[in-house]
Design a protein around this ligand. Structure first.
Ligand SMILES: C[S@@+](CC[C@H](N)C(=O)[O-])C[C@H]1O[C@@H](n2cnc3c(N)ncnc32)[C@H](O)[C@@H]1O
Length: 208
């Protein structure tokens, strides 16, 4: 795993260690992530590595409730202040994904810029339960930075290759030279337009 002192140093230097609130890149990344959600609303969501709650705040209008799992207590404190108005819908948990395992199923699992901090064994373990959540009906959304970072154990593209091995091909997403966003829908899920009655489904009979 990335040396935990790296996160201590990051959170010691600022309330916004990665500039989530200041950088246009970060705002745009969150806008793209939320835009890629294939349902108007989800019941329950799980967000991994939720940090200061900037993405959580943008997911909230699209979910009934969200469970955030974050390694660093400082990130959780800042998120708690940010999300105070919605505290009845937000569960903030300080936990390490190296050992944490979900005890319930979720409709949406969001892993944004976090899986590449995990070493091989914990990553395989996390991908295992993410696969179980997906098999039980969760939409999985993964977001990763594509440039090299010395603290990352894997590149963003490697994480998405591993996710594809476990979850199958992504239903959609967005990619540029900076970021990759992929949405993994449960097997057999129809597209948004088919569900909305705008396009014929796979089982539809051809019409003249
Ligand atoms: C680069 S930030 C990403 C924040 C947010 N998900 C986003 O995309 O805007 C990574 C966050 O993941 C957290 N993190 C790293 N390793 C973790 C682990 N093993 N368990 C839980 N959280 C972890 C860090 O503390 C940090 O807050």
């Amino acid at each position: 795993m990335t040396d935990p002192s790296y996160f201590d140093r990051m959170y010691a230097r600022s309330d916004d260690p990665w500039g989530f609130d200041d950088h246009f890149y970060e705002q745009r990344k969150r806008d793209l992530t939320v835009a890629a959600l294939p349902r108007a609303r989800f019941g329950s969501a799980l967000e991994l590595g939720s940090s200061t709650g900037a993405l959580t705040g943008q997911l909230l209008p699209r979910v009934d409730r969200i469970h955030c799992v974050e390694l660093h207590p400082r990130g959780v404190d800042i998120a708690r202040r940010r999300l105070v108005a919605d505290s009845h819908r937000v569960r903030l948990e300080v936990a390490d994904l190296i050992t944490w395992t979900p005890t319930e199923t979720y409709d949406l699992v969001v892993a944004s810029e976090v899986l590449y901090y995990l070493d091989s064994e914990p990553l395989t373990r996390a991908l295992g339960w993410i696969g179980d959540q997906h098999a039980a009906g969760a939409t999985v959304v993964a977001v990763d930075w594509r440039h090299p970072v010395s603290e990352h154990r894997w590149s963003g593209d490697e994480i998405h290759r591993r996710l594809t091995e476990v979850l199958g091909a992504a239903a959609g997403g967005y990619r540029d030279s900076d970021v990759i966003i992929e949405v993994f829908e449960p097997l057999g899920t129809e597209s948004v337009a088919v569900r909305d009655g705008l396009a014929p489904g796979a089982g539809a009979s051809p019409t003249g």
